[in-house]
Design a protein around this ligand. Structure first.
Ligand code: G3P
Length: 216
């Protein structure tokens, strides 16, 4: 499973990309708005840091304008993936942009039929929002499983990008459900590698090594 980082914070992106474990970045208008940088400059800077797909979302609501914004964003860098919302206008824009070989991430997906339509529209990625479904009392991970089932039935090559990830269990369950990508907020990414037993075990190894006087 590929790991994308779900942030527009350049400092976080630099630091986490340095681990060698990050395959790409996703942003959304809310994340971008928090940075106080012109959007195209922000996307350009992220692309300069990360050698992998960088999702940049359109903000128009009608297909023609989404397509124009998408073309502008795609022209910034070859790794830009244009993000469009899962509305009928977004699906129309996805279809048109895909015809131009522009990679599209269809976002704000909350149902399997929506995901079926995104695949038919030629989306490179579908972004089901697991956490926001859980927040409302639904089973977000079941949506990932349903989409995996449908895409496998028809050999769609649209990749499932599990989004709205709240904790490490979401990452584990997304991997078990066969998500192609999981986009993870920085805090949750750090929680993936941190374990108190690792810290305790390492301290004990280091104490014993120190006492022994051994060297490498
Ligand atoms: O970027 C899309 C998605 O990951 C947003 O997550 O936490 O705002 O539901 P969240």
């Amino acid at each position: 499973m590929q790991i994308f980082i779900d942030t527009a914070d350049l400092g976080e992106i630099r630091q986490l990309y340095d681990t060698g474990l990050i395959d790409g970045v996703t942003t959304n208008p809310s994340l971008a708005a928090s940075q106080g940088v012109q959007f195209v400059d922000l996307i350009q800077q992220i692309c300069n840091i990360v050698d992998g797909p960088v999702s940049a979302e359109v903000t128009a609501l009608e297909a023609a304008e989404m397509i124009a914004q998408g073309q502008k964003l795609a022209a910034l860098h070859e790794n830009v993936v244009v993000k469009v919302p899962l509305t009928v206008e977004g699906l129309k824009a996805c279809h048109a942009l895909a015809e131009e070989d522009i990679a599209v991430n269809v976002t704000l997906c909350f149902s399997a039929p929506q995901a079926l339509l995104a695949a038919k529209a030629g989306a490179r990625y579908i972004s089901p929002f697991v956490g926001r479904l859980d927040d409302q009392g639904w089973d977000g991970m079941q949506l990932i499983r349903d989409i995996r089932h449908i895409y496998s039935n028809y050999l769609f090559d649209t990749e499932i990008l599990a989004a709205s990830i709240r904790h490490p269990q979401h990452v584990l369950d997304a991997a078990k459900a066969g998500a192609d990508v999981c986009t993870i907020p920085p805090k949750v990414f750090r929680q993936l590698y941190h374990h108190s037993l690792t810290d305790i075990g390492l301290k004990s190894f280091m104490d014993d090594w120190q006492k022994s006087g051994l060297t490498i």
